[in-house]
Write a protein of this length. Structure first.
Length: 225
């Protein structure tokens, strides 16, 4: 499938920006983070190029392999001592900046809907309210870092709400993919994420957004005292 050029360009810029923001959030581990992100991007891009994810009738769905590696990494970070040390060294400012990218991602999703590559339910005209988190992230950044009005309770609540909104679209996206577990979008399934470059949305961008929320909550809660 040939995607339209504007959405391709915007999405690739989102992938690059997400990677740069997260690398900047981990100044003590830049090389390690760069290598892991590079490996994930190359591996998932290669799988998508080969058409690996397009077979939609297998059980469990092959699409799960676009998500599973990043989830394993996230679980590992929160499980092992070295991982926890990594999380505790992350810069909250750059973790917050990653959420700015939810605005262009929503534009891409709407454009993909117009191209009949995802269902309406995955856009802001359907059940996806993620753009509100992207907009509010800018406001939270201004309050916290520009106007120097740090409010730990506000940041915790905002991250919790952001995580809920993220899980909402993730569930709808997974259940909209053409597969034995599909529940939504039967007239216009979620096909974009099975192909390059949009496979990098569930494989790289969404995990980085999720990890940013979880790592921020860990730092905010543990630093309560």
């Amino acid at each position: 499938m040939m995607f339209e050029l504007p959405s391709l360009i915007v999405f690739m810029l989102v992938v690059v920006a997400a990677g740069v923001f997260f690398i900047q959030a981990a100044p003590q581990h830049k090389q390690w983070v760069t290598r892991v992100l590079g490996f994930l991007i190359l591996a998932q891009s290669g799988a998508a190029f080969s058409g690996f994810y397009l077979d939609s009738q297998l059980m469990p769905p092959r699409f799960a392999l676009a998500i599973l590696p990043s989830l394993i990494i996230i679980v590992g970070l929160f499980t092992f001592k070295k991982g926890k040390e990594f999380l505790d060294a992350l810069d909250l400012r750059f973790l917050l900046m990653i959420h700015f990218l939810r605005i262009p991602v929503e534009w891409c999703l709407y454009d993909l809907y117009q191209q009949a590559m995802i269902p309406e339910i995955m856009t802001f005209e359907g059940r996806n309210f993620d753009i509100l988190i992207g907009i509010s992230a800018i406001l939270i950044y201004l309050i916290t870092y520009t106007f120097k009005r740090y409010n730990r309770a506000l940041l915790i609540v905002w991250n919790v709400i952001g995580m809920i909104f993220l899980l909402n679209i993730v569930v709808h996206a997974i259940l909209s993919v053409q597969s034995p577990i599909q529940q939504f979008g039967f007239d216009q399934p979620n096909r974009a994420v099975l192909e390059y470059p949009f496979v990098l949305l569930p494989a790289v961008v969404v995990p980085l957004v999720m990890l940013s929320h979880l790592a921020s909550l860990r730092k905010l809660i543990l630093n309560a005292g």
